[in-house]
Ligand binder design. Structure first.
Ligand code: ZN
Ligand code: ZN
Length: 419
């Protein structure tokens, strides 16, 4: 017996149907906002993530699912979507297409951290990237699209936290101030923070151990005039879009490429501390990767986490077929099976979902299968029906109801009368 790889899992029905429902809703919402799908490969050069996601991030330091292939190349299973989208944008000269550069992806991501409850090495993200939109309207559009999507799929009590990390200019000033402050208090920091304050002092604000205390004591970032205006306009536009949010100055996000607006979304309904989606602006990333100087803003949502929130809702949803076909005739069994099979075909061609179990089994066992299938109706071909060229229609929720109709009119009858 060969088992699934450690840290990986199978997603069975009805959970898989929950994932599909979230994906379908996402596609609808993306279309409303003019975002189009960009499919990127699962594998990329490892270097791509080191150069974009950043060397001081947990993803690159600890979680990269990477390996050396037979040709000696350093390869990584993508840990997040943005670097691949940015690479594709540059490589395909999409800035010259004169077309909409608003993209979405629905893709599996990988991380090689130690498997633990509810965290898998392969997980799904739905993400959006607006490349080229530099104004605050793009920030507000991207965030309100995310909230719109979460509301549509049934997430309750959505909380949006936003902050601005400023541009390279305001960040350089702040970086120096913060570094000075952290050095003075370095003995109070955790080991990880102490090790990286020179490289990336901002990460200390994001640290689970030191972050909450630093939020009160550390100096706050002063935005330059342009960044300040951008941030306040973003907030005005979010208000116009009816998005409720709060400004959270300790929100940093653990990726190196963010500039200006960053945001995180969680649900209070389950009292979880973990974000279900997060994102931000990355105005310098495309240029730093060798592409044109274009601003961008995007987010990614953890589909596994959202699906977990909606688990009960999905389990209660009806996934059964509409009609279950049962054939049971002792004499002329072959003839009955053929009629039943032809009936299945005509139902499905008419767009009516239909199923059957085993025409050779007893009537009782076929009816049991019909019950288990969750089908609303059973179409039965028995002795009498075969003789008359009819089929009996039985309401599975109301055992007493049964009527006979002409076999060739079955699909029509379902469409017009039952459904
Ligand atoms: Zn600035
Ligand atoms: Zn720390």
């Amino acid at each position: 017996m060969i088992n699934v790889l450690r840290g990986f899992r199978d997603i069975l029905p009805p959970d898989s149907e929950g994932f599909a429902a979230i994906e379908a809703e996402a596609r609808k919402v993306f279309a409303l906002y003019g975002f189009r799908e960009l499919r990127i490969p699962t594998l990329e050069k490892k270097e791509l993530f080191i150069k974009s996601t950043g060397t001081t991030t947990d993803i690159v330091q600890k979680e990269m699912y990477s390996f050396t292939d037979a040709g000696g190349r350093e390869i990584a299973n993508r840990p997040e979507g943005t670097p691949g989208i940015a690479r594709a944008y540059i490589e395909n000269n999409l800035n010259q297409s004169g077309r909409n550069s608003k993209f979405f992806y629905i893709a599996n991501m990988f991380r090689a951290e130690r498997p633990q409850a509810g965290r898998y090495r392969e997980f799904e993200q739905i993400g959006a990237e607006n490349i080229g939109g530099g104004g605050p309207a793009s920030d507000a559009e991207t965030i309100s699209m995310l909230v719109n999507l979460l509301e549509n799929i049934g997430i309750k009590d959505i909380v949006v936290d936003i902050n601005s990390l400023g541009c390279a200019e305001c960040r350089n000033v702040y970086r120096a101030q913060l570094l000075e402050f952290l050095k003075q208090h370095s003995e109070t920091l955790c080991e990880a923070c102490r090790g990286r304050i020179e490289q990336n002092p901002l990460r200390a604000l994001d640290c689970k151990i030191d972050g909450p205390r630093l939020a009160e004591t550390a100096p706050q970032m002063q935005l330059c005039e342009a960044c300040g205006t951008h941030f306040s306009e973003t907030q005005e536009l979010l208000n116009l879009a009816g998005v409720k949010f709060r400004v959270n100055h300790s929100l940093v996000r653990g990726l190196d490429y963010y500039t200006r607006t960053v945001f995180e979304v969680r649900s209070n309904a389950i009292g979880s501390q973990d974000a279900i989606a997060a994102g931000g602006r990355y105005d310098d990333l495309i240029k730093s990767m060798g592409g044109p100087n274009v601003p961008a803003v995007g987010w990614a949502m953890g589909v596994d986490r959202v699906a977990l929130l909606l688990k009960e809702q999905f389990a209660a949803a009806e996934h059964g077929v509409k009609v279950f076909v049962v054939a049971s005739v002792k004499e002329a069994a072959k003839q009955a099976r053929e009629k039943a099979f032809a009936l299945l075909s005509s139902l499905r061609k008419a767009g009516i979902s239909a199923d059957f179990s085993n025409f050779e089994a007893s009537f009782k066992s076929q009816m049991r299968a019909a019950n288990k299938s969750g089908a609303a109706w059973a179409f039965i071909i028995g002795e009498e029906e075969l003789k008359n060229g009819t089929v009996s229609v039985k309401d599975m929720r109301n055992a007493a109801e049964q009527e006979q109709i002409k076999l060739e009119e079955a699909a029509d009858f379902f469409t017009k009368v039952l459904d």
